[in-house]
Design a protein around this ligand. Structure first.
Ligand code: TYM
Length: 364
């Protein structure tokens, strides 16, 4: 069918054909029904076992199941002041860790967020659709500013809108993250829906959070009620992905537990957060469930279990650390992967931004 009809078909017919043409040009840019996967981490502090089990491990597993975009989120990181040299170093190192963990640039687009300006362009547009009340509910802003009045800045408050833009600018359908990001993902869905409704067009899919069942929340080794985190002042609270075998052994030996041996079923871990955490880590590394670990290890003392857990950690993290050292000895190679990734990412975001600009009536 020709796009432009005869003069006799009138202006209405012309208009609808013209918009069909535009839709075809926009529609042609992406395969329908293909899963689009996006995730990222902030380049702050050390990446730790929680980042690996809660997110990175599943990013690697999801390669080949759709179009994958994995970014180092440096613009999110600067919502809390970062020393510039440290930020630069941590950005490259975070990318190196993605690669060392198995993110493959032949299968995934790997890039640094700030190298793709459309993340911030879309943030502004989405900010115009985001009621303040939604942002007021975000617990991370409250946690990060508690006791830090100097952190109460617009950027930190608007952080979840930038995160929504990170996701929506790729029209991502699936977002593998740890449980602590769930509220941000819900907000992303709300913002996408608000935008679609405001302009009566299904521009953005509502992205699905993909949260691990067993490793959604890895806890501190010193306090089983606190999340394992980059910002914990005690290095003994976490296993860094760069820790060597001796350090891992020492940290697991010192990890808090209680006097009882392993129970036979998951119910027996109730009220024992530290024991639960070590069993969770074991299960996630072994690719099984807590129930299965307990079924086979019931009655084992924690001194024995800790030794086995150390061995499992070393088997998993040893090759990752070795590969990381290799990659870090050749920063030019990392940079060239990141540059190529950013170029591919920009092509994707430009398609979305063309559509968004058109839908909201921005000139040009
Ligand atoms: P970040 O850098 O704090 O953490 C990166 C990923 O690791 C997960 N994670 C954990 N999972 C289990 N147990 C833990 N103790 C643990 N600690 C961290 C996080 O859930 C996350 O998946 N806001 C994000 C970065 C971001 C982002 C995005 C993520 C910015 N834009 C767009 C996805 C999509 C963050 O601060 O993650």
């Amino acid at each position: 069918m020709p796009f432009f009809g005869t003069v006799g078909q009138g202006l209405v017919g012309f208009r609808s054909r013209f918009s069909m043409l535009k839709e075809r040009i926009i529609g042609r840019t992406r395969e329908p029904n293909m899963r689009r996967i996006l995730s990222g981490m902030q380049p702050t502090g050390f990446l730790h076992l929680g980042n690996y089990l809660g997110a990175l491990k599943s990013w690697v597993a999801m390669q080949g199941t759709g179009a994958c975009f994995y970014a180092v989120m440096d613009l999110n990181a600067i919502t809390i002041p970062q020393p510039p040299d440290e930020l630069r170093r941590a950005t490259r190192r975070t990318a190196a860790l993605y690669l060392a963990a198995g993110v493959d640039p032949a299968k995934s687009t790997l890039f640094v967020q700030s190298a793709v300006p459309d993340h911030t362009a879309l943030t502004w547009i989405l900010a115009t659709q985001t009621p303040l009340g939604w942002l007021n509910r975000m617990t991370q802003y409250k946690d990060k500013t508690a006791g830090h009045r100097d952190r109460e800045r617009l950027g930190l408050f608007a952080y979840p809108v930038l995160m929504a833009a990170d996701i929506l600018v790729y029209k991502a359908t699936h977002v593998p993250v740890g449980e602590d990001q769930k509220q941000h993902l819900e907000l992303t869905r709300d913002i996408a829906g608000a935008f679609n409704r405001a302009f009566s067009r299904e521009v953005f899919p509502l992205p699905e959070p993909m949260i691990q069942t067993e490793a959604a929340r890895i806890m501190s080794l010193r306090d089983g009620t606190k999340k394992m985190s980059k910002s914990d002042t005690s290095d003994y609270a976490r296993i860094n992905l760069t820790d060597d075998a001796d350090t891992i052994a020492l940290k697991i030996r010192k990890a808090k537990t209680d006097a009882d041996p392993l129970p036979g079923e998951v119910k027996g871990l109730e009220g024992r957060p530290e024991a639960d955490n070590l069993v969770t880590i074991y299960a996630a590394l072994a690719g099984t469930t807590r129930a299965e670990v307990l079924r086979t290890r019931a009655g084992t003392s924690f001194s024995t279990f800790k030794k086995d857990l150390t061995d499992l950690l070393v088997v998993h993290l040893g090759p990752l650390t070795a590969r990381l050292n290799e990659l870090e000895s050749d920063p030019a190679q990392i940079d060239s992967i990141l540059h190529a990734g950013a170029e591919k990412a920009r092509e994707e975001t430009q398609k979305t931004m063309r559509e968004v600009r058109d839908v909201i009536g921005l000139y040009g």
